[in-house]
Design a protein around this ligand. Structure first.
Ligand code: HEC
Length: 100
């Protein structure tokens, strides 16, 4: 509780600067159709599940090809109010499960 006596004068010299959430990595400004390395698959999946089932049933990623998903995600990204970055992650997710 109430402690008396020597209080070590901690000088709060450390600047209290909270980083204003910089985007961690540069993201291309377009949807890429290079189904190369997908590191954001989990993020894409949760974004997809959270954002894409609000207005209609969650679409089945396997219902479309990767190529078909490009304009769909571009369009739906705006509706779901996702950033380009998030849209790319959703795209990577659906493209990883897309029909061939
Ligand atoms: C704000 C509401 C809204 C949100 C959020 C939304 N959609 Fe849609 N979506 C629609 C509407 C409305 C349609 C009917 C087609 C149209 O009007 O373009 C549609 C249609 C679709 C279709 C069918 C397209 C076609 O050509 O057959 C797919 C697939 C789809 N959405 C995927 C998604 C995905 C993926 C997301 C998340 C990124 C998403 N939607 C988020 C409203 C929404």
């Amino acid at each position: 509780m109430a402690s008396s006596g020597t209080s070590t004068p901690k000088t709060p010299e450390t600047p209290v600067v909270t980083q204003a959430a910089p985007s961690p990595e540069p993201v291309p400004d377009e949807l890429a159709i290079s189904g190369a390395v997908i590191t954001t698959e989990n993020k894409g999946q949760s974004l997809f599940e959270q954002s894409c089932g609000r207005c209609h049933k969650l679409p089945d990623p396997a219902a479309y090809t990767k190529e078909e998903w490009v304009p769909i995600v571009q369009n739906m990204r705006f509706r779901a109010r996702l950033t380009v970055d998030e849209g790319n992650q959703v795209y990577d997710y659906v493209a990883s499960l897309a029909k061939s």
